[in-house]
Ligand binder design. Structure first.
Ligand code: ADP
Ligand code: G6P
Length: 474
């Protein structure tokens, strides 16, 4: 019998790429984005690119996506062995398709409606239009034997359109964010069209079991599919929906963490903070799903409860600017910055700043130095598909120390149960866990971290890709 992991996923299956077929990845963003002000390409933000980039670089595949600049679609070009095929998105579509339907409707809805879900017909129509354009671009370039792998919530109609345009192509879809329960999903006026679009794929991958069950429920309820997730019957085809938790290139993070330069950077960081006994760290896109505000309030509660820790603990929050034109993102940014000011104003002293706040993207080697320096990593989203930051932290803890505090509402909690699991809405519990974390004995840290490291290194991004591609190969 095939060995399985503790949480029931099969152990690594070794698959090689078929020699005669390319892997064509389709995602809203290319792995590089054009910065018109600096006039250069830079790495795109977010977990989707972090995870997929090493997989595709290894296979020298094709990536179809948007450059991030309106009306910008240069001819296909190559970066690190990946052929980049740009798809244009017009300026008005950035507002209606990207900021509107993708990030004002689907994003909050799929994250359990933790923020108001805006529903507009004039956002839906451009979503259909842009999805049709992506599918047409793929159909232009796809060759017999290629496998097409469509990604994430921005492109849910693409599998259906592709099924019409290139019916014999094997099509996979992976959803990087949660799929909500049918009673939330069912609010959407276009609930049938979206599941029908997804059911155009041969195989659908999700981050958690809960997402698979929710999707299968929606597919039966709104799409007329029949049967169980593992074999949904739809229009004479059989479709597989499965749990395949995404991950990181753990070896890469481990190697970068061990580099001499990273070690001295981490040391210098601690020294520049006045050598506190404990550094707590948060690293996120500045998104309301990440729970940054509640996390800061939990830290504030800790400082209120434990004056003896003043001067001795420091919280660093690194936040990457994200979706800055969307109103809810402006609101959360205001709230986070106000909280940082409030905590520093209330507790700070000339010789101690409790919260350091960085509103920018850091180069990967610098980010890893922050992970190395952090004694406690605080990952407390209100809802998250997976959360790669948690896995990155674990992979960089090469000496086996460090404490991971993780929200029960992150997909990662299904795998990383040796972390300190918290309910991010419960400020008292979170403060108590932070209190425990800053004084955890090195022995206890090592026991928990060893288990976390085993899980992250075994179920890494290569395992994830092998699983997904083995299913896609059928
Ligand atoms: P999401 O996909 O919602 O953004 P993840 O945690 O899955 O969340 O992935 C976020 C990715 O973005 C990680 O690879 C993380 O290292 C990266 N990242 C987050 N914050 C920063 C930052 N300030 N600078 C650079 N990279 C960041
Ligand atoms: C998450 C989503 C990705 C998205 C990324 C960055 O990781 O799952 O699909 O690309 O956030 O968001 P952005 O809106 O900047 O593409």
């Amino acid at each position: 019998m095939e060995p399985t992991s503790r949480f029931g996923y099969p152990a690594r299956r070794v698959v090689s790429d078929p020699v005669d077929g390319r892997l064509v990845v389709v995602a809203n963003r290319l792995p590089v984005r054009w910065d018109p002000r600096a006039g250069r390409w830079e790495t795109s933000p977010g977990g989707l690119v972090t995870a997929l980039e090493p997989v595709l670089a290894e296979r020298k595949g094709v990536w179809v996506g948007w450059t991030g600049t309106p009306d910008h679609a240069p001819e296909p070009f190559e970066v690190d062995g990946i052929t980049q095929v740009p798809v244009p998105i017009a300026e008005d579509e950035v507002e209606t398709y990207y900021e509107g339907f993708c990030n004002g409707t689907v994003w909050p809805l799929y994250h359990d409606a933790i923020r108001p879900v805006e529903i507009h017909r004039h956002w839906w129509r451009p979503y259909v239009e842009v999805n049709r354009r992506f599918a047409a671009r793929v159909a232009d370039i796809v060759r017999p034997g290629d496998r097409v792998w469509v990604h994430d919530y921005q492109l849910q109609l693409v599998p259906g359109f592709l099924r019409e345009l290139v019916p014999d192509t094997r099509i996979g879809f992976f959803l990087h964010i949660p799929f909500p329960p049918p009673e939330i999903y069912g609010r959407l006026p276009w609930r049938t069209q979206l599941v029908e679009g997804l059911l155009g794929a041969d195989v659908l991958g999700f981050q958690t079991r809960r997402a698979v069950l929710n999707f299968a429920g929606a597919a039966r309820m709104f799409g007329g599919a029949r049967g169980r997730a593992q074999s949904l019957e739809y229009r004479g085809r059989s479709i597989v929906a499965e749990t395949v938790p995404i991950s990181i290139d753990a070896d890469h993070y481990r190697a970068l963490s061990l580099a001499h330069e990273t070690v001295s950077r981490a040391y210098n960081l601690r020294r520049s903070l006045g050598k506190p006994s404990s550094i707590l760290l948060g690293v996120d896109r500045l998104d309301y799903t990440k729970g940054i505000d509640l996390r800061l309030r939990a830290f504030e509660t800790l400082l209120q409860r434990r004056p003896d820790l003043h001067g001795d603990v420091v919280f660093i929050q690194v936040a990457v600017p994200s979706r800055e034109q969307v109103e809810e993102y402006q609101v959360i940014r205001g709230r986070v910055e106000q909280l940082v000011g409030r905590i520093n104003g209330e507790f700070g002293r000339p010789d101690w700043i409790p919260v350091y706040y960085l509103y920018r993207s850091l180069p990967q080697d610098e980010l890893i130095a922050y992970y190395r320096a952090a004694d406690v990593m605080v990952v407390t989203p209100l809802r998250d598909g997976m959360n790669l930051v948690a896995k990155e932290y674990v992979a960089t803890r090469t000496d086996g120390t460090g404490v991971l505090v993780l929200s029960e509402f992150a997909g990662a909690a299904e795998q990383l149960d040796e972390a300190f699991i918290v309910n991010p809405y419960d400020l008292d519990q979170m403060a108590a866990v932070l209190e425990q974390a800053v004084s955890l004995s090195p022995d206890e840290q090592r026991t928990r971290m060893a288990a976390l490291r085993r899980s992250v290194s075994r179920f890494d991004v290569h395992w994830w890709a092998s699983e997904c591609l083995a299913s896609l190969d059928g």
